[in-house]
Write a protein that binds this ligand. Structure first.
Ligand code: SF4
Ligand code: SF4
Length: 216
């Protein structure tokens, strides 16, 4: 087998766009969000492949969720908040829905992200860019560790052109339609002023919204 085909075999698989076709027809902002997430995921996939070709090994895996417990300042943008709220309200079902509602109403009793259930993200399909982008190589994070501070060299650096393009796709939703204005806002980082810290938000209102949706 040639080296190139070996690399292809080992490569981190190309991400697929997650589609909520019927919902996206009704909610045009959701299509924008899912497009932006695909671009983000493509950039992350390419960055992981680059690092793995240099000999690093991705440590992140299903069931590993220390980052969702130890990171206290995860940024979320308004469009992302809409996606999370929509998904919890209209898509999440069964026992996980009930568990999430209870958790959202009792956040004082937990340290983790409001959406972490049984060591898995309850909103995985619409998790924020910050969560998609945080990846660690070589060794899984220890309890309480934020690898960004303990071993920056093992933390993936996202490829800027993809991150910029994801924001570029989202900015018209915020009323920034002109190309030059979008470029300027991305260059100056102006859109980061819109971000909220996930843990700081009043998530019990989302549990109420989920209840109201069930009654309709
Ligand atoms: S960032 Fe750390 S804790 Fe989170 S999935 Fe990756 S290795 Fe696990
Ligand atoms: S939104 Fe999901 S992936 Fe992000 S911190 Fe919360 S549980 Fe983890």
């Amino acid at each position: 087998m040639s080296p190139s085909s070996l690399q292809e075999e080992k490569a981190y698989p190309p991400p697929q766009r997650i589609s909520f076709a019927e919902h996206e027809q009704r909610l045009p902002w959701l299509a924008i969000l899912m497009d932006a997430y695909l671009i983000t995921d493509q950039g992350i996939s390419e960055a992981i492949n680059r690092e793995e070709k240099q000999g690093k090994k991705l440590a992140c895996a299903r069931g590993c969720a220390t980052c969702c417990k130890s990171h206290e300042t995860i940024p979320v943008y308004p469009l992302e908040l809409m996606g999370m709220s929509w998904y919890a309200t209209e898509i999440l079902d069964g026992e996980r829905r009930d568990k999430l509602k209870e958790q959202l109403r009792n956040l004082d009793s937990i340290q983790s992200c409001p959406f972490l259930l049984d060591n898995a993200c309850s909103l995985h399909a619409v998790r924020p860019m910050a969560c998609r982008s945080f990846n660690v190589f070589n060794t899984q994070c220890a309890a309480g560790e934020d690898a960004y501070y303990t071993r920056r060299g093992d933390v993936l650096t996202p490829i800027k052109k993809y991150t910029d393009e994801a924001f570029n796709v989202m900015l018209p939703f915020y009323g920034v339609k002109n190309k030059a204005e979008r470029r300027k806002m991305i260059k100056t980082g102006g859109m980061h002023q819109m971000a909220k810290v996930m843990r700081d938000l009043n998530w019990s209102t989302l549990a109420d919204k989920m209840d109201a949706f069930e009654k309709n």
